[in-house]
Design a protein around this ligand. Structure first.
Ligand SMILES: Nc1ncnc2c1ncn2[C@@H]1O[C@H](COP(=O)(O)OP(=O)(O)OP(=O)(O)O)[C@@H](O)[C@H]1O
Ligand SMILES: O=C(O)c1ccc[n+]([C@@H]2O[C@H](COP(=O)([O-])O)[C@@H](O)[C@H]2O)c1
Length: 189
């Protein structure tokens, strides 16, 4: 079984993340995509970062209607910050019959050389979803890096958090169940 591991802060999960997951199932040949919620990205500040349990709840709410998209909380029980190569190794040991690859947005590829043991991640294969404004990277022509030809989506979690703080609507930028959680729990205010 081919599994695409989509690592992210998901602060919050938005429709861009869902379009990426579905496109990966359709165009990259994955049987499933797992949304791995990272408690702490090694490069990001904790400012305005919700607790991982809250971010996970939103991921669960976003994907529950889709059998092939799954939430994954494995990094909650691992050392922090969350290094992708370590999680990949752990999941590989736990599920020896699954074939894992990593999914990233085009913006992350330009920083990829700074990731811990990125060569090891590359050996497994990296599938890239194009992102507006992504810079060219040294991995663009790497044999184990595959770009998916799919429509660009110019949505970010940062933009959603800003809208919430300014009292603006986030309807259609996140799914209805995610919007209900954000409203009822007063996230990002
Ligand atoms: N609109 C998008 N197009 C392509 N890739 C995306 C998009 N949004 C997020 N990603 C990718 O999804 C993964 C998880 O992203 P993340 O949870 O940080 O969302 P984000 O919208 O980039 O958040 P923030 O604005 O807080 O940085 C990353 O690999 C990121 O590159
Ligand atoms: O392993 C690393 O060195 C590394 C460096 C930067 C980012 N990552 C992971 O990349 C994922 C995407 O991050 P984010 O915050 O942009 O959603 C997230 O799961 C991070 O833990 C991992």
């Amino acid at each position: 079984m081919k599994i695409g591991l989509f690592f992210g802060s998901f602060n919050p999960i938005h429709v861009g993340h869902l379009i990426i997951g579905e496109s990966m199932l359709e165009h990259a040949g994955f049987d499933q995509v797992w949304y791995v919620v990272s408690p702490q990205n090694p490069f990001k500040s904790r400012k305005s970062l919700l607790h991982e349990f809250d971010r996970y709840d939103m991921v669960v709410a976003a994907v529950e209607k889709n059998d092939r998209l799954s939430p994954c909380d494995v990094e909650f029980r691992m050392p922090k910050p969350s290094y992708t190569v370590d999680t990949l190794a752990y999941l590989g040991e736990k599920h020896p019959n699954y074939d894992f690859s990593v999914i990233i947005g085009g913006d992350n590829l330009s920083h990829f050389h700074k990731w811990k043991n990125h060569e090891v991640i590359l050996e497994k294969g990296v599938v890239v979803y194009p992102r507006p404004g992504a810079k060219p990277s040294r991995f663009d022509d790497h044999p184990n890096v595959r770009f998916i030809d799919a429509p660009m989506v110019d949505i970010s979690a940062t933009f959603i958090r800003e809208n919430i703080r300014e009292g603006k609507s986030i309807r259609y930028l996140v799914t209805e169940p995610v919007m209900e959680l954000i409203d009822s729990r007063r996230y990002f205010l």
